[in-house]
Design a binder for this molecule. Sequence first.
Ligand SMILES: [Zn+2]
Length: 377
Amino acid sequence: MISRRSLLFAGATALGGAALSGRAWADAPAAVRGVLVQEAGAAARVTVALERQVQARTFFLESPHRFVIDLANTRLALPQGASGEGPGAGFIRRYRYAPQADGAARLVLDLEAPAELLRQEVGGRRSPDLSFDLAPTVPFAPAQPREGARTGRRTIVVDAGHGGRDPGAVGVTGVREKDVVLDAALHLRQALESRGRYRVALTRDADRYVPLEDRVRFARAQHADLFISIHADANANTAAQGASVYTLSERGQARAQNMAQNWDIDFGDAPRAGGVQDILLDLYQRETTNRSAQFAQVVIPRLGQVAPLLRNTHRNAGLYVLLAPDVPAVLIETGFLSNATDERRLADPRARQAMAEAMAQAVDAYFAAPQLMAARA
Ligand SMILES: [Zn+2]
């Protein structure tokens, strides 16, 4: 959730064209759009949002322990009221930033312990942003652990689709989506709770109608680390068969941003003016979307071991239950009730239990190894 993340904001203002007269655009300093520091398992993740790709170098310093990110030809245009430092997250105590004489911008992260760089992304095809995962190399106990860190438990919200007066899809022999997905959700809760590492909350644990908005509100109120919505498909093409996994599409992201006032997010000291909070929301959302995609990537192969998969298994959609900007979320279509073979499989309690176990193993993988997570698509 937003409250356990800290952020630095360093200027939304685009550089004026007039200031660039006589210089090629490529030589103009890039602007940092914002910086996000978050916990990522035992590690901490630093994301630097940039308006375009820049050269970066990083290094560690000791006594005291620091991680330094130098961004060549980059400007930190500070909004009014922003200070040069702020609180961190996880074992990153705080951040500081300062312009350098050579036109570079320097971001210094003060660390509570010696650390190593687990993973870095240095700007891809779709995004110029930089992202670094740092982990302490010695056991580190936070001075004031948040609840999840203290109990060592992650909160998973499991959402059984439909319910009550909404049966969802109905199979050729009358199998109802709302029944099989509830059973799968109950199996998933059992599988996760048996591990002793997760707190599990269900949006419904009985045949009850729950509006979509309430499901999303519930996940956010629970401070969910992951939201898994379980459904079963139906299609006019009765040959369509197999499971698929949905994460939020770009259009869905735009929709979520248009609903920003509904999300009631605490941006701390970030100024309201100048679109600053919009940019922060955008950062949160991109990070959440990356994480959702990472979970999709670990759950798909595991589902594939116990069920057939639809072609192009990982899909994007603007589904309402995926819209929360701060809760990584996937919607798993467990199969097609309109397909006779899939319907038989979904009607089989052992098959549903096997799928729930596959999902639970994916949850383990997702939280166990942040350094193994794939780069953003
Ligand atoms: Zn459904």
